[in-house]
Design a protein around this ligand. Structure first.
Ligand code: UDP
Ligand code: MG
Length: 343
């Protein structure tokens, strides 16, 4: 079932002449043989030439050796090995940097994203969609906590940070070359790829699939790492936490002024002041001083938010269609990699 998010007219096209599959791997030794088998199966049946870009994210086990062995047996397999663990999102970025296909699929090594879904993704690609993301229908083999936290995360993100973020989608997706080139121009260090994928726009559609359990090994996203990831998602796309301070300042100041006026009226009418005059004055002063502090902090926050936006250095706009005019930027968009690329 396709869900169009764009009203732009789609231009049907053929299959990509080369499809890159980017797979980040971190301590996936027990997983690699099964992964290789499933990918080779796909290579034999898909009917589109595949290029496999395997990124070893500084694994401490035998993952890299197995990947190199695979590459030695097949020229269509590329391996990028990191010097240390840089994290999932950077590993995906490096894979995308090294992909040369007309379209790219990002996939986890643990086969939780079934490679067979790619067939359906390609059908949407041929319809003209530039991004086809996998939307999870079920999450088998994951703890109730992980399922609940993921459910909550997507709802909160859509409510407060990025209302266009498609719910229940991971990094498993097909991206066309024009959209990928745009995506690769976003070189910020703290990366939330799904958010960046939404930010770049382009016609997008969903393919629903049942998320399988992990085939082997264990999750590399324990609670702490998941929380940090969620923080990156929020902080990279919204200055809302900074604005909270300003709001608190307004509340404190209004509270102080309100309480002060109420006490003043009672005092003028000769009514009893709870706690006496001194206590009332202290309460009012604490509220006003606290409010002033919060307000100025919020003000500083606004400047910090703007600095933050600027230092990200994101392009102001992205062009998706051109006619008879050359792009102004020279070379491959990933060529001037400032962070994480070019390993
Ligand atoms: N991964 C990575 N670097 C990391 C953590 C994870 O390259 O620092 C890879 C991992 O090998 C897997 C994918 O990212 O291919 C997703 O990780 P995982 O399956 O552990 O996450 P989960 O599915 O539990 O959220
Ligand atoms: Mg997984």
């Amino acid at each position: 079932m396709a869900q169009a998010r764009s009203t732009r007219r789609l231009r049907p096209r053929g299959n990509p002449s080369l499809l890159s599959v980017v797979i980040p791997c971190f301590n996936e030794e027990p997983m690699v043989p099964t992964l290789r088998q499933r990918v080779e199966q796909l290579q034999a049946t898909l009917g589109v030439p595949l290029e496999i870009v395997l990124v070893d994210d500084g694994s401490a086990d035998g993952t890299l050796d197995l990947l190199l062995e695979w590459a030695a047996a097949s020229p269509a397999v590329k391996v990028v090995g990191f010097s240390r663990n840089f994290g999932h999102q950077i590993a995906v970025t490096a894979g995308l940097d090294h992909a040369t296909g007309d379209a790219v699929v990002i996939m986890d090594a643990d086969l939780q994203d079934p490679p067979e879904v790619i067939v359906e993704m390609l059908a949407r690609y041929r319809l003209g969609y530039d991004v086809v993301y996998g939307q999870r229908e079920a999450r088998a083999g994951e703890s109730v906590f992980k399922r609940l936290s993921a459910w909550l995360f997507y709802r909160l993100m859509r409510a407060f940070v990025m209302k266009e973020l498609p719910p229940d989608t991971g990094d498993f997706r097909l991206v066309s070359r024009p959209c990928l080139d745009a995506l690769l121009r976003l070189r910020e260090t703290h990366r939330f790829m799904r958010g960046l994928g939404t930010w770049v726009g382009f016609p997008q559609a969903a393919v629903r699939y049942a998320r399988a359990g992990r085939s082997a090994g264990e999750t590399k996203y324990p609670l702490g790492r998941m929380l940090r990831f969620a923080m990156t998602a929020v902080l990279s796309f919204s200055p809302a936490p900074l604005r909270l301070s300003f709001l608190l300042g307004v509340l404190f100041t209004l509270g102080g002024l309100g309480y002060g006026s109420w006490a003043l009226v009672r005092w003028c009418l000769g009514l009893h002041l709870p706690g006496g005059r001194t206590a009332t004055a202290v309460i009012v002063l604490v509220c006003l001083v606290g409010g002033a502090l919060q307000l100025s902090l919020g003000m500083v926050g606004e400047y910090v938010a703007r600095i933050f936006e600027e230092v990200k250095g994101r392009p102001l706009y992205l062009v998706s269609t051109r006619a008879n005019c050359e792009p102004r930027e020279g070379g491959h968009p990933g060529a001037d990699a400032r962070h994480g690329g070019g390993a």
